[in-house]
Design a protein around this ligand. Structure first.
Ligand SMILES: NC(=O)c1ccc[n+]([C@@H]2O[C@H](COP(=O)([O-])OP(=O)(O)OC[C@H]3O[C@@H](n4cnc5c(N)ncnc54)[C@H](O)[C@@H]3O)[C@@H](O)[C@H]2O)c1
Length: 343
């Protein structure tokens, strides 16, 4: 089988991860890398063995041989690029979130549908082993319908202050909340109907980063399920794991609990602190990328090769972004809002 030619836009932390995974995949080859920062693009290309380097994605789409593109630019810079890819007839894997404005969500869906290309958004928690297993068990119906859920998905403050250079132009709701919203929708097989949210701010602003610290969001789903979503960017850096992630769901005849960040599966302690090394998200085994954050990217290539449906549809990604926009609206209005913007 001929390899799928993939070009990567965005040569930052996660764009380099994409290149590594395609490099390892027997059905993929990376033909080009593009970053508006020339030095970053060249350094990544040299490190990861990519032949062609571009600083303008339109040039890349015109001249680089590619069947598909990975869009790995900051959260708020996915729309124009994906519309250009659709017009150029390229399939695409878009990093989460799909988009951060309603206008962009609809423009991207229209361009992708019109062009007939295939697009997946990397809402990777669907590949997270405990969540995927929970989905399989919930889907049997043995425990009845979901009644309520709680999902806490937070980051160590370091992600906001040090890892990302564009924190102030995004939000913890886009960076992690998109996973929370998608997971709640996916596990319940339902859509949000009403949202009431509150925020806390000041900790990040005090260190010069103009973004909200954390959100608490109450959601009523169409079926009547109620859920609470917590997303914070100010978990102390001493937290054993980069994420602080807890989930539970109460169903008519059962419950499920997930704890992926302080799970007692593997811990190291010294006189200073206890750390919980990552064995689920992005670990390495004998030098190869493993973990669910890599599996979702591999799955994109697999589904392109087989023609199978992606495990995250465009509608899933669009509704996840549209529902998150309702969280901002609720916070701004200080009251609950109807989620009446979904597709
Ligand atoms: N799935 C995951 O586990 C995961 C993890 C981290 C980040 N992400 C997502 O990946 C995306 C990128 O995050 P990151 O941490 O790699 O950010 P980053 O800042 O490290 O890299 C982004 C790169 O995009 C480049 N860029 C910006 N505008 C561009 C343009 N118009 N053309 C070409 N290049 C451009 C920047 O110069 C930068 O090098 C975000 O959407 C983020 O939410 C996903």
């Amino acid at each position: 089988m001929e390899k799928i030619k993939i070009a990567v836009i965005g040569a930052g932390t996660w764009g380099q991860t994409h290149v590594s995974i395609y490099n390892e995949h027997p059905l993929a080859e990376v033909t080009a890398i593009c970053d508006k920062n020339k030095a970053a693009a060249e350094a990544a290309a040299a490190k990861l063995g990519v032949e062609r380097v571009y600083t303008d994605y339109n040039e890349m789409l015109k001249y680089a041989p590619c069947d598909a593109v990975a869009i790995v630019t900051p959260d708020f810079l996915h729309a124009d690029i994906s519309i250009a890819c659709a017009k150029a007839g390229k399939h695409m894997l878009i990093e989460k979130p799909l988009a951060t404005t309603e206008r962009d969500v609809f423009a991207m869906c229209e361009a992708i549908e019109k062009s007939g290309v295939r697009a997946m958004v990397d809402l990777h928690n669907r590949w997270n082993p405990p969540f995927n297993t929970a989905k399989q068990i919930i889907s049997t119906g043995k425990y009845g319908k979901p009644c309520s859920a709680y999902f806490r998905l937070n980051d160590r403050r370091w992600v906001a202050t040090d890892m990302l250079s564009w924190t102030a132009r995004s939000s913890i709701l886009w960076f992690l909340g998109s996973h929370s919203m998608d997971t709640l929708r996916w596990l319940s097989n339902d859509e949000p109907a009403e949202i009431f949210a509150m925020k806390h701010e000041g900790v990040l602003r005090d260190v010069g980063i103009d973004t909200v610290d954390c959100y608490q969001t109450a959601i009523r789903f169409r079926s009547g399920m109620i859920a609470q979503m917590e997303n914070s960017w100010i978990v102390p850096n001493g937290n054993g794991n980069i994420n602080d992630m807890k989930f539970n769901m109460i169903l008519e005849r059962g419950k499920v609990d997930v704890d992926t960040s302080s799970h007692n599966m593997l811990e190291f302690s010294d006189d200073e602190k206890t750390i919980v090394p990552d064995v689920l998200v992005q670990n390495f085994v004998f030098g190869q990328c493993k973990g669910f954050a890599y599996e979702s990217i591999r799955s994109f290539v697999d589904c392109l090769a087989t023609g199978d449906e992606f495990h995250v549809s465009l509608k899933d990604a669009a509704n996840t972004s549209l529902a998150i926009l309702k969280i901002f609206e609720s916070v701004e209005k200080g009251k609950s809002v109807a989620v009446d913007n979904l597709i």
